[in-house]
Write a protein that binds this ligand. Structure first.
Ligand SMILES: [Zn+2]
Length: 283
């Protein structure tokens, strides 16, 4: 194959493994974004193997996992550029890597969880976010012809401990995908106030999650998605992931309850009775 040896992103250096994964501006942008200072200053004279050896001898488990995931995602990002001329933002790469981590963790829990969890992926359970992160589950409830929707969100920490929950009713005749997108937007605004730095937002509306990382469009739904993307940029490390309904039970019940509320309700530190059993079921 007659391949060009020069980096197709910066056009300035040879496309070596070290360049692709660490020294190219393409990679540096991501390492900077995710705060991996250790790999930002990698020298041209070193090798990929040496970088990995150094990181594996000195870093925490979560950093090692991130190193592997981000390297894989950088390789994928470069292929998207080389073959499809598709630019994926550093934010997109970060989100994709964290999405993979989530998927891997829940599959591990399924494998290790014995009879109840093993059954099938259709019966997936909620799983904890990575170390140092919080996870917010979101759901919306809408019934045709009613003049409002219900939105529920619940935040839990890395151990699955309850942090906060919120239920809100919003006026308007929304279609289901708009209702789900509004649910995400409300949750983002809610969590942004806490100034938390690492957050996974999880929902069972695949259309919304795909739209967040997609190309956009000109419907009202896409306007809500654009608002969500704007708010997402206020977070230091953030990811929006899709998970099946069985893992989103608490948010589902909150949304159903919010549907019949007149006021916005928020619970801090102590969970409302109607979700207590579900919470302990999950962890
Ligand atoms: Zn380059």
């Amino acid at each position: 194959m007659n391949a060009n040896p020069i980096c197709s992103w910066c056009h300035r250096h040879a496309e070596t493994p070290l360049h692709v994964l660490f020294t190219c501006s393409f990679a540096q942008e991501l390492w900077d974004r995710v705060g991996m200072q250790e790999v930002l200053g990698v020298e041209d004279t070193t090798t990929v193997l040496q970088v990995f050896q150094q990181m594996f001898n000195s870093s925490s488990r979560s950093k090692k996992v991130m190193l592997g995931l981000f390297c894989w995602s950088l390789w994928w990002r470069r292929n998207s550029w080389v073959w499809d001329r598709k630019i994926v933002s550093a934010f997109g790469v970060q989100s994709m890597a964290l999405g993979l981590l989530q998927e891997w963790q829940s599959s591990q829990e399924e494998l290790g969880g014995g009879g109840r969890n093993r059954a099938s992926s259709a019966n997936r359970q909620w799983c904890k976010p990575p170390e140092g992160w919080i996870k917010v589950n979101i759901d919306a409830a809408c019934h045709a012809q009613q003049g409002y929707i219900g939105i529920g969100s619940v935040a839990r920490d890395e151990n699955g401990q309850f942090l906060r929950a919120s239920g809100r009713r919003i006026q308007g005749r929304w279609k289901p995908r708009e209702a789900e997108a509004l649910g995400l937007k409300e949750a983002l605004l809610w969590v942004r106030e806490w100034r938390t730095s690492k957050c996974v937002f999880e929902m069972d509306a695949k259309t919304v999650v795909d739209a967040i990382y997609g190309d956009g469009g000109n419907s009202y739904f896409h306007t809500i998605i654009e608002d969500c993307v704007d708010i997402l940029h206020h977070f230091h490390e953030v990811v929006v992931v899709f998970e099946r309904r069985s893992a989103n039970k608490v948010a589902h019940v909150l949304a159903q309850t919010a549907y019949s509320m007149t006021d916005h309700m928020e619970w801090i530190d102590i969970a409302p009775d109607f979700i207590c059993n579900l919470l302990s079921d999950d962890v």
